[in-house]
Each structure stands twice: as structure tokens, then as C-alpha cells.
Design a protein around this ligand. Structure first.
Ligand SMILES: Nc1ncnc2c1ncn2[C@@H]1O[C@H](COP(=O)(O)OP(=O)(O)OP(=O)(O)O)[C@@H](O)[C@H]1O
Length: 245
């Protein structure tokens, strides 16, 4: 069963003006799927619907077969979100953020400590474990958001443009860790404009344009749809959105 099913989703910020039109896609266990599109294409709005922050005008979203209406607690416990801009509690330390996230997801203390230690090491944040989040750099704050999601180990990660602000080592650590989670069976929906970075990591891509799915599939699939077989993701994307104008 797919971990995430988005079926004929239409939605937006006011009823009369839908921003998303009939969006259908799924993410299976162990899959990393890239959600790509120009500014304003609808990537964040799609994610807000998946997170349950917005109510669809039409269509349905299921996580591990559960809809948010029917089983809100199960639905919510199945996913972790990394937002584009970090949102932290200024008066909590890095370690306290990780502890808070782990408690919210019911992670056992022993498992949490092991995961938190590993994440702090991986993201070169050990020295900052006891620092207040208000005292961190922009990239360090982004790393805290990423670590909070990964300490929970849910079946589905929804990750919105995570690379901005991360240094090259941080980007590498994140990509490697996402691969490890994926190999362990987790599903990842990732949005990014850095197409050359995600090209080799995502199993499939969903190309959004003006709130519609323009193409979806593997690099080979969307290359075929764009009549640009063998081209890079960036070239394929350019060909697709140019035709979609
Ligand atoms: N809070 C809001 N109220 C009304 N309209 C909004 C709001 N946020 C976004 N929109 C509109 O919804 C559409 C999709 O925006 P969205 O933020 O989903 O795009 P995006 O693909 O995430 O873009 P970006 O790459 O710039 O982050 C745009 O037309 C935008 O103007």
C-alpha cells in the first residue's frame, strides 16, 4: 500500500479560487519523490494540504490508508515535516527540541538518546547541543528542524526546500541520511529548486505547473514525456514548463 496517496486534490486559500487542480500522485514505502515546479506552482500548498493545515475543496489524501478526517491522530503520527524556514522555540536548547519532538511522537527515551546523539554528530552540531536556539546561525536552525523530523522516524517525511542555508557538509549529511531512511523503508516527499542535487537521489519526480501535475514518473519517464530522453532533470524541467506555458 502506498504511504501517501493524493487523489484528485483541488484546493486553495479561498473556495472560489482554487490554487491546486486535480492533483493525483502517490509515494510508496522506500521511495523518495521530488516535487518540483516554478515559484508559485503549488508545492507548498500541496504540502500544507498533506499536513492537514488546509482542507481540500475536492479529493482525498490518505496516509497509510488513513484519512485525516476519520483518524486524525493516526494520520498525524505517521508524518514529520521539515518546513522551508525554521520555526523554533527561542528559549529551548537544541537538545530540548530533539527531546520535545521525540516525546511528541512517543519515542522511547533510550531510542531517542541514541538517535539524537547520532544526528548531532552527523550534522556537526554536538558542540551546540546545549545552546539556546536563539543563539544559533540560520543554517544551524535549519539543521535542528531536520534533526527533529528524523528523531521521530515516522513512515513519511514531507520536506520543503531543505537545502537553503545548509553548508555543503550539511547538504551531504542530509542526502546520505535521507537515503538511509529510504533504505529502511521510509517514504520521502521532497520539494527543491536545486534540481542538479536531487536528480540522482529521487526515485520519481512530480512536475507541478500552475497548480496542475504537468508530468510525473522516473527521470526516464518524464524525459520521454518532455521528448528530451537522456537529458538532465533541469533540461527536462525546462522543456516541460516551456511547453506548459
Ligand atoms: N497564504 C496565501 N494566501 C493566498 N494565496 C497564497 C498563499 N500562499 C500561496 N498562495 C498562492 O498559491 C499559489 C501557490 O503558491 P505556493 O506557495 O504553493 O507555491 P510554491 O510552488 O511552493 O512556490 P515557491 O517555489 O516560491 O515556494 C501561488 O499563486 C500563491 O500566490
Amino acid at each position: 500500500m502506498p504511504v501517501l496517496q493524493v487523489e484528485e486534490l483541488s484546493g486553495g486559500y479561498s473556495l472560489g479560487r482554487p490554487v491546486l487542480h486535480d492533483i493525483t500522485f502517490e509515494v510508496k514505502p522506500g521511495e523518495m519523490v521530488g516535487l518540483i515546479g516554478l515559484n508559485g506552482a503549488g508545492k507548498s500548498t500541496t504540502m500544507k494540504h498533506i499536513l492537514g493545515l488546509m482542507t481540500p475543496h475536492r479529493g482525498e489524501i490518505l496516509i497509510s490508508g488513513n484519512s485525516r478526517n476519520e483518524a486524525p491522530e493516526i494520520y498525524q503520527s505517521q508524518l514529520a515535516f521539515v518546513p522551508e524556514s525554521p520555526l523554533l522555540y527561542e528559549e529551548l536548547t537544541v537538545w530540548e527540541h530533539l527531546e520535545f519532538a521525540a516525546r511528541a511522537y512517543g519515542v522511547e527515551p533510550e531510542a531517542y538518546r541514541e538517535r539524537a546523539d547520532r544526528l548531532l554528530k552527523l550534522f556537526h552540531m554536538e558542540e551546540k547541543a546545549d545552546s539556546l536556539s536563539a543563539h544559533l546561525s540560520k543554517g544551524m536552525k535549519q539543521k535542528v528542524m531536520i534533526m527533529c523530523a528524523f528523531v521521530a522516524r515516522p513512515p513519511l517525511y514531507v520536506i520543503d526546500e531543505p537545502f537553503l542555508g545548509l553548508d555543503p557538509l550539511g547538504i551531504r549529511s542530509l542526502l546520505d541520511f535521507m537515503l538511509e531512511m529510504k533504505q529502511g523503508g521510509a517514504s520521502i516527499l521532497l520539494s527543491s529548486h536545486i534540481l542538479s542535487t536531487i536528480e540522482n537521489y529521487c526515485d520519481r519526480f512530480i512536475v507541478l505547473h500552475r497548480g496542475k501535475v504537468l508530468a510525473q514518473g522516473t527521470l526516464a519517464d518524464i524525459g520521454g514525456q518532455a521528448q528530451a530522453s537522456g537529458a538532465s532533470l533541469e533540461q527536462i524541467f525546462y522543456a516541460l514548463v516551456k511547453d506548459g506555458e
